[in-house]
Design a protein around this ligand. Sequence first.
Ligand SMILES: *[C@@H]1O[C@H](CO)[C@@H](O)[C@H](O)[C@H]1NC(C)=O
Ligand SMILES: *[C@@H]1O[C@H](CO)[C@@H](O)[C@H](O)[C@H]1NC(C)=O
Ligand SMILES: *[C@@H]1O[C@H](CO)[C@@H](O)[C@H](O)[C@H]1NC(C)=O
Length: 493
Amino acid sequence: MTPFGLLVLLVLCSSILVAHGGEAEAGSYMVIATNSMKPKASCSGHKVAPSNVPSPNSTWAPLHNLYGPCSPALSAKTTTGNSSAEVASMADMLDADQRRADYIQRRLTGATDGKQPMAMDHQDTQWLQSGQFATKGGVGGVRHLTRLSTTATTDAAPDGTSAVTQTVIIDSGSDVTWVQCNPCPLPLCHLQRDPLFDPASSTTYAAVPCNSAACAQLGPYRRGCSANAQCQFGINYSDGSTATGTYSFDDLTLGPYDVIRGFRFGCAHADRGSAFDYEVAGTLALGGGSQSLVQQTATRYGRVFSYCLPPTASSLGFLTLGVPPGRAPLIPSFVSTPLLSSSLAPTFYRVLLRAIIVAGRPLAVPPTVFSASSVIDSSTIISRLPPTAYQALRAAFRSAMTMYRPAPPVSILDTCYDFTGVRSITLPSIALVFDGGATVNLDVAGILLGSCLAFAPTASDRMPGFIGNVQQKTLEVVYDIPGKAMRFRSAAC
Ligand SMILES: *[C@@H]1O[C@H](CO)[C@@H](O)[C@H](O)[C@H]1NC(C)=O
Ligand SMILES: *[C@@H]1O[C@H](CO)[C@@H](O)[C@H](O)[C@H]1NC(C)=O
Ligand SMILES: *[C@@H]1O[C@H](CO)[C@@H](O)[C@H](O)[C@H]1NC(C)=O
């Protein structure tokens, strides 16, 4: 059993907020009813259905939290009702989120002591936001999952193949996609719900040869050759977890039109660490590195993808690759800001935050406070701001929340409340203003994590910041790499 069970309460708060967000949004303040602080038992599906128009150059898949009624991989977990345990669990998640943030900052500032880059601590960091919990294993936090398929032979399909569906975590902060492959013995590997992918039963599978361009392209994730000259990959996560195995080719099925021939991914035969204490098959990597799905499908999808992270565990979001045919009418509802990349750490996507508006008033801080860029990805939970901006945000938020009882800090979150007995919460609106003037009003689900303000300071105003996935909830976030633009659309899921 792990400490993650506790998030439930907090999550519930968050769920409630989400559920009522639409009705209450009115200018400077948002009112959230708290009378339904219980997890929903069933999946309410998509609030807004993504376009279903078939297209050879775009595809989409539903996204859901790891634990919860929308998860195809796991049954809904129930809350323990033990609020001290939930706070402890949330603190653990936040500590892990901080390790991830520290690690990304070291990568971006080159402070890695000459060591090879490691992939993110994504496994450990995303538990928080979902509405459901695990009695063991974790809260389905911000783990947003989708499914992918690799091809294996069966007698059923006319061409002799059919896809084996695998449920994976999406991560726009890492580069190498991997799934567990047979043989994957416990305890070197972890249990998964989907059948283990078996390379031996796939007619389209091949190991990447050691002396190939595909193997060389693994770069820092290359881990030598096996005895039979197969290219080996290895990913070290920042908590010490690792995934290792054979770098491989197989056909990846993403939708009816979307078979990616010869997709390169890691066939993991060992993935060790406490981070893997849950039952997904692996990770779908959407980072900026040349190994990622986004880069491998450049010809077909044009290196454009988007996602919408659902507000609660009982609703669905989506992941889109390419530009959907129905996109044009929606374009006016997007705001856009330049998307920055870093040659030092090409994995990460960054944007420039320019101002923050709380309850309709811009924070009174000099614009120079926002000179460092912010990393944006699907997996970092909490937004990190320059300390000067964070202090101003916290002061403005607290002054709008004086009617609520303060509660002790939880890990890195120092502005928490005790909402016990409160029937509805009035929250100040928060908008993030990005370079070029793109103004993004956060959803009511994007302000609190549990009962704490979901922002934290970085160590100094010059350090890279983060736009966390709490803040991204319900937004469609478009990564347009060739257009060097990041776009946001409100109320997309
Ligand atoms: C609640 O959780 C705390 C911390 O994990 C534990 O010490 C305590 O025994 C639990 N209480 C109940 C009633 O389960
Ligand atoms: C990654 O982990 C492996 C196995 O523990 C270790 O041999 C290797 O040195 C690590 N690499 C880095 C860059 O830390
Ligand atoms: C659509 O995808 C195909 C490959 O599947 C590619 O050849 C073609 O150039 C793409 N079209 C556009 C407009 O991107």
